[in-house]
Design a protein around this ligand. Structure first.
Ligand SMILES: Nc1nc2c(ncn2[C@@H]2O[C@H](COP(=O)(O)OP(=O)(O)OP(=O)(O)O)[C@@H](O)[C@H]2O)c(=O)[nH]1
Ligand SMILES: [Mg+2]
Length: 433
């Protein structure tokens, strides 16, 4: 169960009416205002657990698109001087109550349960108290929303240890989902090569065949760990294999998707998806699979094209929109007049493509941006969408999808995700100047 305050926040976002034109046109993305907006938005809070060297910090860096170390704040929000603790920070020794925040994305707050495998009863109790308290925190801002428990696969002889058993036997995290991340799965490649060579293959052949065997080994580890942990009193919600996360460009899509799907409240899913900025395709996907699908399921009598862009927009990382202090309008982007599913699809996919491109436009730091407000950017992008030929392609694609899957909203929406992602303006038109 998500907190009622979050629900009402989300509710107010969905149902707030667009502001009057004069207020809208006064809005400027100046840094002080942007910071004020950020301060008002709930941040997505994740506890990352696991033994030393499991790859915890690396995952957080990938999610926040950075190679920097996080800034550290104590439980009361006071910045900890990392100069003094740098050596210990890099080795991962800091307090579980400390908040780790990356400059590149301050919408995530992380906690790191370090020294957990040491196995001391006092440390375990401290961690357990933190998890239980934070999971139930009255203040929404302090509440943990998800837990990532890392188990590295490069230590296959000690995949599940006493610490993991104790945690999943004794820690009731309530409604907070725990996702087991099987990290460093790529290291099983060497095991695969060795296994093939033992069977008589040359090194070259073994390396060629290795990826297939590696996948089997990963699957085997997953099944074994799942078998062990699912027997325990408080088993994890889901499992995910992570591979090659040490590479800077590593993709976090599956991690974010899996975490979003483990959350039971749509408000929290929205908070996660709109907090991350590493994968705008995910924002498009959730906007379509949640907001658009719901509109479609309501039926032709409840069709409301005006409110739709706003409902779709809350899945994107626009801070003023997220905290409900700013609204915007997008003209109807559908060309059909009926049936209603087609009208909705054409308008919504147009909006989603326009919103995705808006995010990139807002990142462009040139002099002209300072003079434009959000609505002006939107109006220009809508014009580009209509004139560049992207809209025509989208409408043609949707017609084909509707012919094939128009009778099933689920299948139709899945096709629409593919159409929106394939027609991103950055890909199909041009990159921002
Ligand atoms: N091969 C491989 N190496 C990884 C992966 N993820 C992280 N590493 C490496 O593992 C080492 C430890 O990663 P960290 O992210 O610092 O691990 P940690 O859990 O934060 O460690 P502590 O803070 O000491 O508890 C680093 O050298 C990473 O580059 C992965 O997916 N594959
Ligand atoms: Mg670390």
């Amino acid at each position: 169960m998500a907190p009622s305050s979050l629900r009402s926040w989300w509710h107010s976002l969905r149902h707030s009416r667009p502001l009057s034109g004069s207020v809208a046109s006064n809005y400027r993305l100046d840094p002080t205002e942007a910071q004020r907006q950020i301060d008002r938005i709930p941040r997505f809070r994740i506890l990352v657990m696991g033994r030393a060297n499991a790859g915890k910090t690396t995952i957080l860096q990938r999610v926040c698109n950075t190679t920097d170390q996080p800034e550290i704040f104590d439980g009361k929000g006071k910045k900890v001087d990392t100069g003094a603790v740098r050596g210990s920070l890099e080795r991962g020794y800091h307090n579980i109550e400390d908040e780790l925040v990356f400059k590149s994305n301050p919408h995530f707050v992380f906690h790191d349960s370090c020294g957990f495998e040491a196995g001391s009863e006092a440390e375990f109790d401290e961690m357990k108290k933190f998890v239980t308290d934070q999971a139930k925190a009255m203040k929404l801002e302090k509440r943990i929303h998800a837990i990532w428990y890392c188990i590295p696969l490069n230590e296959s002889h000690r995949m599940v240890m006493a610490a993991e058993r104790k945690f999943f036997n004794e820690c009731d995290t309530g409604h907070v989902p725990v996702i087991v991340l099987l990290t460093k799965a790529d290291t099983l490649n060497l095991d695969a090569v060795q296994e093939l060579m033992r069977k008589g293959l040359t090194v070259d052949d073994a390396m060629k065949e290795a990826p297939e065997v590696e996948k089997q080994l990963q699957k085997g580890c997953l099944e074994k760990i799942r078998g062990w942990l699912n027997e325990l009193k408080f088993p994890p919600q889901s499992y995910l294999i992570l591979t090659g996360m040490e590479q800077e460009g590593a993709d976090c899509e599956e991690l974010l998707k899996c975490t979003a799907n483990a959350l039971t409240e749509e408000g929290l899913q929205g908070l996660l998806i709109s907090s991350q900025q590493s994968n705008l395709g995910l924002c498009m996907e959730f906007a379509i699979m949640k907001t658009l699908k719901r509109s479609m399921n309501k039926g032709a009598d409840h069709i409301q094209l005006d409110g739709l862009p706003y409902g779709l927009g809350v899945w994107f990382p626009f801070q003023p929109i997220k905290c409900g202090s700013y609204s915007f309008s997008i003209p109807t982007l559908s060309m059909s007049r009926q049936p209603f599913l087609l009208v909705l699809a054409e308008h919504a996919i147009g909006c989603v493509i326009v919103l995705e491109y808006l995010f990139f436009q807002l990142q462009v730091k040139d002099g002209s941006n300072k003079r434009k407000d959000l609505q002006q950017h939107l109006t220009e992008i809508v014009r580009k969408y209509q004139k560049s030929g992207v809209q025509n392609t989208v409408i043609e694609n949707i017609a084909v999808a509707f012919k094939q899957h128009g009778e099933s909203v689920d299948d139709f929406c899945t096709m629409l995700v593919g159409i929106a992602q394939a027609n991103q303006i950055c890909k199909t038109y041009f990159l921002p100047q």
